[in-house]
Design a protein around this ligand. Structure first.
Ligand SMILES: O=C(O)CCC(=O)C(=O)O
Ligand SMILES: [Fe+2]
Length: 305
């Protein structure tokens, strides 16, 4: 059985009021259990999904000095442009939460490109010299923002809170869009058994929408009934959309919806000579910058002591 559970989003989009409610309840109950659920028939056109990987390949294959022209320097400012391997130490997010010390050895093996809304004056985007890339990313960002709000509206229905309670906190858009690349590794045998492409973490933001490129798996989510153990994310269709609860939504709901902890291990189908490269695309739906990420009164009261 594919994990986490897959839900047909078209049944929600086209459903009667009762049909919508049923799908929303099922979606929310999966988020409550796993922090994750997958959506098929989500309405992001397949040609858009396949173009992500074409553009990702073009960008990450640029010579390093070209990528450095849009280098994001690690620090407190929002991520814009290219982050090289080792820039984001996700293991620190977990260790800080659990009160453990930083572990500088646990570097994520990913490079990524990040952008925010096209009109962000506070933190402007940085575009490489790659004709067509900006246009595609701005269009893709718009599609993801709209899709993420539709999904959040389904969460509102599944939680039985008033419509727009949460979606209104995410307007106007301040979300972040990322394409991730993990380089191939040769020889495969050189990799130590403890190696991870990305260390366990939950995401910042409200919800994360994730596509996986080219069928190269490795993404795993924490089994909440056996904390510390992980299950593979398996996709029935290459374009299925993985959704996870991120830190802000967990906080707003007082952990009724728990943030989905995940990591990226090596892919299962690894031959002796090479571990294939991996691409993914993550859209981090964010709350408007002026919104407090404390519990929302309606939701925080509803559960969990
Ligand atoms: O590559 C993946 O599938 C996951 C990426 C991820 O978790 C992140 O960038 O936050
Ligand atoms: Fe993540």
């Amino acid at each position: 059985m594919a994990t986490p559970t897959t839900i047909d989003f078209s049944l929600y989009l086209k459903g009667t009021d009762q049909g919508k409610r049923q799908v929303a309840k099922a979606f929310v109950s999966n988020l409550k259990r796993d922090g994750f659920a997958k959506l098929q028939n989500h309405g992001v056109p397949p040609e858009v999904v396949s173009q992500i990987w074409d553009w990702g390949r073009l960008f990450f294959n640029l010579p390093e000095d070209k990528k450095k022209e849009v280098l994001h320097v690690p620090g407190p400012s929002l991520q814009r442009g290219w982050s090289m391997v080792g820039s984001e130490i996700t293991s620190n997010l977990q260790s800080q939460e659990k009160g453990a010390s930083r572990d500088e050895d646990k570097l994520d093996q990913k490079e990524h490109f990040d952008c925010g809304p096209h009109d962000d004056k506070e933190c402007p985007n940085r575009w490489p010299d790659l004709p067509g890339f900006r246009k595609f990313m701005e269009q893709y960002y718009g599609i993801c923002q709209q899709k993420a709000l539709e999904i959040l509206a389904m969460v509102e229905l599944g939680l039985e809170v008033e419509p727009d309670l949460l979606t209104n906190l995410c307007r106007p858009a301040t979300s972040e869009l990322r394409i991730v690349h993990y380089a191939p590794i040769k020889p495969a045998a050189s990799v130590p058994p403890t190696y991870k492409r990305a260390w366990p973490h939950s995401d910042l933001g409200v919800l994360t929408l994730l596509f996986q490129g080219g069928g190269v798996d490795g993404l795993e989510f924490e089994d909440r009934s056996h904390l510390g153990s992980y299950k593979s994310v398996t996709f029935e269709h290459p374009d299925d959309l993985l959704v996870n609860v991120s830190d802000t939504l967990a906080r707003w709901t007082n952990d009724v919806l728990p943030a989905g902890v995940h990591q990226v291990s090596l892919p299962t189908a690894t031959n002796e000579s090479e571990i294939p490269e991996r691409f993914s695309s993550a859209f981090f739906l964010k709350a408007r910058r002026s919104v407090l990420t404390a519990m929302t009164k309606k939701l925080g009261e509803s559960k969990k002591t």
